[in-house]
Design a binder for this molecule. Sequence first.
Ligand code: UDX
Length: 457
Amino acid sequence: MNISIIGTGYVGLVTGACLADIGNNVFCLDLDPRKIATLNEGRIPIYEPGLADVVESNVAARRLAFSTDIEASVAHGDIQFIAVGTPPDEDGSADLQYVLAAARNIGKYMEGFKVVVDKSTVPVGTADKVTAVIQEELDRRGRSDLRFSVVSNPEFLKEGAAVEDFMRPDRIVIGYTDDHDGREALGWMRQLYAPFNRNHERTRVMDVRSAEFAKYAANAMLATRISFMNELANLADRVGADIEAVRQGIGSDPRIGYSFLYAGTGYGGSCFPKDIQALTRIARDNGQTLRVLESVEAVNDEQKRVLTNKVLARFGPDLSERSFALWGLAFKPNTDDMREAPSRVVLDVLLRAGARVVAHDPIAVEETKRVLKLDFADAPALLDRISFTSAKDPIEALAGADALIIVTEWKAYRSPNLERMKALMKSPVVFDGRNLYEPATMKDAGITYQGIGRNSL
Ligand code: UDX
């Protein structure tokens, strides 16, 4: 099939590359000529395991092309994916300007039937707006005879596992309009996704608004589990229970299940924070307060301070004589994404309290340097107090440290040499924001250990 993808960001690039990989002819459009040039050289602008290979092999097979030519892109695809950004507005609602600009271009250049797919996460009702904009353009051109239908097909990709998630989806949500053109669009979508449904039907067909809502509801539900576990973990610390034991005790109930029950330093990334704010906003705009969800966000904001609160409780408010090793900068492993990363809050507190920091991350060091320039625009001199390493063995970062603070659960941190850890640090103290180690093991090794909710205060 001929597919066009408008917007070659994270979602657009993964979608385009994976759809090419299953045999479609995919044309990826972006307005940023530098990004397109990079991609045409076979390099990808983001870090995502497996993606570079898929892009490279499909460019070589001439099934995947990148361009800034809008007209050619609209002409190419029978199916037009809109995968542009929906950054939060000042009030938290999703900014639809890029989505609607894409819609306008489709209306401006289309010549035959088009299936227009909203892939970006968009507020309920956006498909109607996209439809109206395309229709307006067609009317303006005097081409009201041209047919199209807008479909909602939200993505559920996790960063760091996006290619795998795309190729082995647990569900494919398609929201369509039950009229003549809508049914035709649904037929196209079913054909497109047929290769993923061979052994097991994964498609969930519904009306457009429910599909738009489902994406927000999924992320809201997952974020709620995390914030709830984080609150329980903080209580566990107070009452002397171990949240890991509690997690296993409740996760074995199939109604609860094990996933997304890990207490930590709070969620970050490009989706949860943005989508939780947007859904909260949608509710308020419709005269309802989502009280649970508003608390989920507030709890998460506080949870990003849980590690530094423990540090300040131990070392006092003035950290100017202290130096810390920090393991993990990215908001989660296998990505260099620093958006809403808890490490930014940790660094903010430590550096502003005067501490020195040696930070390790296998991938995200360059991206961290970029975002810290913005975070510390008011006090750039503080950045002289942080140094970075992405050494294979993260233990080197511990030399002379008063404590180790772990923010991201990269694999390289899972089984450190505890003897060396102890020998390198000034005082062997570990604040573990991801509960990587057993408190008893650390105690036996003579290391003071504070996890999240691990009865180890
Ligand atoms: C998420 C959704 O999982 C995905 O379906 C959606 O399309 C986009 O948003 P992503 O943001 O890539 O994906 O990462 P995810 O693995 O879901 O983790 C999100 C955050 O929650 C991370 O900061 C992670 O550290 C945190 N988390 C996750 C926890 O703190 N505890 C958990 O048990 C699980």
